[in-house]
Unconditional design. Structure first.
Length: 348
C-alpha cells in the first residue's frame, strides 16, 4: 500500500475495502438502482485511496456506458472554433483541474439571464439563523440581503429557454464527454447570488473543500457578474484534483471544510489560482480539487453552474424533483429522444 493510501486508510478507520467499493459500483452499473450507504462508500473510497479507487471505477464506467455522437446537438455557444482549443482545455483540465474558456457568453445573454434571476424564487443559505424555513422561497433583495447566499430554485432555472440551450450546447457536451470518458449525464443545474458577510461562510462554501458528488464529473461555471477578488472570485489549488493530489494529512481530517492556514501548510498561497474574470466568462473545473469562493467585500456575485457526471452512483440525484417534460421546447424534446442517458437524473 502507498503512503498516501495508508494514511488515508487511517483517516476512515479502514471501514471499507477496495473490493467493497467496486462491488457496489458494479452492482449499480448492472441494476441502475441505488442502495443505502452508496454515498458514504463513495466518500470513504476517496479518502482511503486519495482518489485512486474512483479513477479506477471511472474506467469501468466508461467501458460500460460508451460514448455518444452529439452531432445532433445545437452549437449554441460556438466553442472550439479555434483549432486545437478543445484539446488545450482538456490537457489543462487533466493537469491543473480547471480551464477558463476563450469563448464567452455574449453581453445580451448575460443581461437577459441576470434580469431573469432577479425575479426568480430563491432559498437562503447562511451560517446565521434566519426567520425563514429551508423550504421558503423569496426573491433576491439587492439592497438588503437576508443571507450571504440566495440559491435560485432549480425549476425556475430550467424554465428559462436560454439556460436549456446552454445546458445542451454541443461544445459543452463534447468536452464533458471527452473529459469523463463516456456519455455525460446532467446532474446539477444551479444558480446563486453571493453577498458580503462578516466572516467566511461554511454553508456558502467560502472555506476550502473538495466535492465528492460522483465517481467522476466536471462543472461548468458561467459568470453573470464581474468576478474580482473583492466580489468573490473563485479560488482553486491546481493539481489537487489528481489522484494523491490532496495531502494525506488534509484527507485525515475527513470530508470537511478547511481553513486557509490548513491548506497553506501544504500548498503555498502563490500556488493558488484566483479565477478573476469578467461577466460572461466560462470556467470549467473538476471540483474534486481543493477550492472555495472568496468571501465578498462588496457588491454581489451571480453564478450559473452545471454539473455533468459520468454516472449517478453515490448520493441521490440533485435533479430528482425536477419534472422532465414541462417545457414546450422542440430542441429539449428532440434531445431527450436522441440522448436519453443525458437526462437520466431528471424525474419522469
Amino acid at each position: 500500500m502507498s503512503l498516501i493510501s495508508e494514511l488515508a486508510n487511517r483517516a476512515t478507520g479502514g471501514r471499507i475495502t477496495k473490493k467493497d467499493f467496486h462491488k457496489r459500483l458494479d452492482r449499480y452499473l448492472v441494476s441502475g438502482e441505488s442502495s443505502a450507504g452508496d454515498g458514504e462508500v463513495l466518500t470513504d473510497a476517496f479518502l482511503r485511496s486519495a482518489g485512486a479507487w474512483l479513477t479506477e471505477g471511472s474506467h469501468g464506467v466508461a467501458a460500460a456506458n460508451g460514448r455518444s455522437d452529439f452531432s445532433g446537438a445545437t452549437d449554441f455557444l460556438g466553442l472550439w472554433q479555434a483549432p486545437g482549443s478543445m484539446n488545450r482545455n482538456i490537457v489543462q483540465l487533466n493537469t491543473e483541474g480547471y480551464a477558463i474558456l476563450d469563448t464567452k457568453l455574449n453581453p445580451e445573454i448575460v443581461s437577459e439571464l441576470a434580469t431573469y434571476f432577479q425575479t426568480a424564487p430563491c432559498t437562503l443559505t447562511s451560517d446565521k439563523k434566519t426567520d425563514l424555513a429551508p423550504e421558503d422561497r423569496v426573491v433576491v433583495d439587492m439592497e438588503n440581503p437576508l443571507a450571504e447566499k440566495y440559491a435560485v430554485d432549480t425549476n425556475a432555472i430550467l424554465s428559462n429557454p436560454l439556460v436549456r440551450k446552454i445546458l445542451l450546447d454541443r461544445g459543452l457536451l463534447e468536452l464533458a464527454q471527452e473529459y469523463l470518458g463516456s456519455t455525460p449525464i446532467v446532474d446539477i443545474v444551479t444558480a446563486w447570488y453571493s453577498f458580503p458577510s462578516d466572516s467566511p461562510s461554511h454553508e456558502a462554501a467560502q472555506l476550502f473543500h473538495f466535492d465528492l458528488d460522483r465517481v467522476r464529473w466536471i462543472k461548468a461555471f458561467f459568470l453573470l457578474t464581474d468576478q474580482t477578488i473583492e466580489t468573490g472570485a473563485h479560488l482553486y489549488v491546481p493539481g489537487t484534483q489528481r489522484d494523491g493530489g490532496i495531502s494525506p494529512d488534509l484527507l485525515a481530517k475527513g470530508y470537511t471544510r478547511l481553513e486557509d492556514h490548513e491548506v497553506e501548510a501544504y500548498y503555498p498561497k502563490n500556488q493558488w489560482k484566483s479565477m478573476v474574470a469578467p461577466a460572461g466568462s466560462i470556467l470549467l473545473e473538476d471540483t474534486r480539487g481543493l477550492h472555495k469562493g472568496i468571501p465578498l467585500q462588496r457588491d454581489h456575485r451571480l453564478m450559473l453552474q452545471f454539473e455533468y457526471t459520468q454516472t449517478l452512483f453515490g448520493h441521490k440525484p440533485f435533479l430528482a424533483t425536477v419534472p422532465l417534460d414541462d417545457y414546450q421546447d422542440a430542441q429539449w424534446n428532440a434531445m431527450q429522444k436522441s440522448y436519453p442517458a443525458l437526462f437520466a437524473a431528471l424525474s419522469r
